[in-house]
Write a new protein. Sequence first.
Length: 612
Amino acid sequence: MENTFEIPELTALLHQETKDTIWQLWLEPLIHFANDSPNATWGTLKAHDILSFISQKKNPNKADFVNLCAKVYSNAPFLMSYYNSLPPISKDIIFRATWTSSISQEQLNELLKGPAWSVALNNTKYDLSLYYGQVQITLHESLKPWFRFLSYGPSYLPFHRVGDQEYEKIIKLTLKFSLLMRKVFAAAIPKPSGYYLEESSQQLPEGSISFSFEKQIFRELPLFLAYYKQGNLSFTQKGAPNLASVKKMDKVVKLEPFPLEENFYLRSNLIAGLFSDSFGKPSANDDSLSILKRLFEPGRSEKEWRPYPPFLLSYLKGIRNLDTYYFDTGVTKDIFGMATKLPVNKWISRENLAVYLRAHFIHLKFIETSHLDRMSSDFSQKHYFGYSSTEKEIWDNIHFPNFLGHLYLLAAFGLLEIAEDPDWFMEYSFYDHFTACKLTNLGAFIFGQINAYEVPENAGGVKIIPAQDSLTATVEGNTAVGEVLLKDFLQKVSENKFKLSPEGFLKDCTNEKSLKNKINLFKQVINKDLPPYWESYFEELIKNSRSIKSSSEFFVFKLPVDNKQLLNIIVKDPDLKKIVIKAEQYHVLLKKSDKGPFISKLKSYGYLPNIS
């Protein structure tokens, strides 16, 4: 273990605390420990130096406290010695408070093997005064050193004195370290089981099923993209795919669903949802592997990311109605960062992941608590998620499902293999069946753990073979997939044969650039080099596109059919005759440079041309 470590924000955050808080919460317990071992040395830190500082500084200022605090809390041997000097219950409290977000009263009762507190009787010394002094409680002896870290959750205050058992229902103590203190102790004390992402020693539950789309994605992604590029998918302003649009897509594209998703269109929703942000339409030269790399690259730098929760947590009532600025999109970056650390082809259990998230302080709070009361769970209409919700409720219903939703998103694209327990009751989310996951070779390549990846053979599920001497192509394999892929390029002439017609191919092209893009896109769909016959034809199309050009040098006026006087003026006026190039079928053609004189002349006759 290193003698010292750095918590970059330690000094800055301590400066935000009061002097008394720094002393009471941070320094006082450690000073007592140093006083019990006045001759001890921990690397470069000596107990004598700490005690001398305290004794010599009759009235230390806050800066002195902050500097001392930073010194002792960045020394791992000192913190470890302090931790080991404590009685077992205190060590357990530090361990739990460090590696979990808080310790509930129920957990404290279990740890203390009895009630954590009792209501103080008359003339009994009490430790905490609650409800404006109306209730005094005495803490369990082992809990008294930690009373400064205790808080009590929201509850009601009875109008009159009630029995002790009733107060036990009302008052719920919680012991909690600040995030900063958790990070400091985490660097020194023993690590919990699950701190590292390790292959589970236990077998998957009996009856579990597992699935991976690593091979299918190379067949499905080109098909999905062909549909997506046709503009057939629609999204809400908040960034979630329109469900009716997803259902319509599913009938055409037929993406394989997750095994236990029933009729939720979950996988289709996740795949479509990822394209609702600023990813945009892939370029014509992107193959499936490069598209996947771009979708999930850690350094992605788009100006705007739409938040993922509206389509990851679509089962939550109200999630789609929340404005995008309520969401912290940095949560996705943190979760994907964790995914890059998954070991390749090793099952990581649900329990391991939950511990890892908390033990590494991975940020999952994608929405402020104050906004949670705008939404309620479809599976629990009894309450709204707001200030009254417990931390466990928000974790079970929102934070952890959102994390699992990100894993299912990766699985939808073949980057993870997922294991599910069919017997697990769906209580909180679509993802309750989840038991474990493992990083596939594709995921390892996308996340940079391996340097090369070979696309599975015949992963496309369909072959499109262009003829050598005609503008026809034959589809082998899944003809339905082939038909969708070729819809914008070739016309179907039989069950598995397609033909190129100039009119059909050029129908959505507007200039030479768009034509070249469409040719490149067609080559991507074919996924092979085109025969010389096809290349020659496309070169001819490009050459022809340069033959007819529009001109911006001329201007056309349309004349009314029933105004003979105006027609005579244009035909006979000597000045107009000089600038009018042609007048036929009630249209006048002239150079743009003559547009002004033409209008001025007509005004002299009392005609004001209506020009938009």
